[in-house]
Design a protein around this ligand. Structure first.
Ligand code: SAM
Length: 275
């Protein structure tokens, strides 16, 4: 019998994949967690029925969370990843030699545990000496650490369940205070086809807190609509003023120095959302 999984984005639209095998399907303290093997995208992590990452296309999301912001800050030594328990963003962060310490705070230790087991190419750098892995609430961590980080990356689930308060103005204010005087943060902000309201409300809230706010996009086939957005808030440095010729060619599959500014060129319907 064929087994197919559908992530429903609306009552009438979803993304469907053929499942080869189910490794894990359990309710953790915080969310429904499933780890499955797909025919098309390799192993895949699902939380509350939503695709978090797959072995085949994870590189787009993880590179595009990490590199635009790290190549905008001239000296990112202390980095925080909120969420991100699959380890993909940390793997990319470690490609930056200036980073002395990268702290990861995910609320759900089970995500970390199963990612290490079933997604080793993604989670394989979580044991690196520069990495500190904490299991806890990113919201609380932000509030307990003032002026501690150069760069903060929010690699969270959608704004439901444990991540609901990671999409609030109070959280962005906390991030502002957790950053040093020239700090920058970036957050994944979902897709403009079905989550236009979210992109608009995040943009409004971040603009109330940060002087420089930029939105960029990337193509991710297993995320609803394929067009994903990221919102950056910065105290001082503008990603659009970066000298692309000074960005080194590192080992990536999506991000390039040429793409750094190009990713911020948005289709008009997305531009209109954040005017
Ligand atoms: N890339 C994915 C996406 O956009 O669909 C998200 C990756 S997934 C690893 C996000 C992680 O955020 C989950 O492991 C979840 O446990 C974590 N998370 C959710 N709420 C959190 C919170 N309040 N504090 C820390 N981590 C949180």
């Amino acid at each position: 019998m064929e087994l197919w999984f559908t992530e429903k984005q609306t009552e009438n639209f979803g993304i469907t994949m053929k499942i080869h095998e189910t490794y894990v399907n359990e309710q953790t303290e915080f969310q429904d967690l499933a780890m499955v093997k797909t025919e098309e995208f390799g192993n895949m992590l699902l939380l509350d029925g939503m695709v978090m990452t797959t072995e085949k296309d994870e590189f787009v999301y993880h590179e595009m969370v990490a590199h635009p912001v790290l190549y905008t800050h001239p000296n990112p030594e202390h980095v925080l990843v909120v969420g991100g328990g699959d380890g993909g963003v940390i793997r990319e962060v470690l490609k930056h030699p200036q980073v002395k310490k990268a702290v990861l705070v995910d609320i759900d230790g089970k995500v970390i545990e199963y990612s290490k087991k079933y997604l080793p190419s993604i989670a394989g750098k979580l044991e690196d000496a520069r990495v500190e892995v904490l299991v806890g609430d990113g919201f609380m961590h932000i509030h307990d650490h003032k002026a501690a980080y150069d760069v903060i990356m929010v690699d969270s689930t959608e704004p439901v369940g444990p991540a609901a308060n990671l999409f609030t103005r109070g959280f962005y204010q906390g991030i502002y205070e957790a950053l040093r005087e020239d700090g920058i943060f970036v957050a994944q902000t979902d897709n403009p086809w079905f989550k236009a309201d979210l992109i608009q409300s995040v943009n409004k809230d971040v603009k109330e807190v940060f002087p420089i706010v930029r939105v960029y996009g990337a193509n991710i086939p297993t995320y609803p609509s394929g067009l994903w957005t990221f919102t950056m808030g910065s105290k001082k440095y503008d990603p659009l003023e970066v000298d692309e010729t000074a960005i080194p060619e590192i080992d990536t599959k999506y991000y390039t120095p040429r793409l750094h500014k190009a990713a911020f060129v948005l289709p008009r319907f997305v531009e209109d959302l954040i005017k």
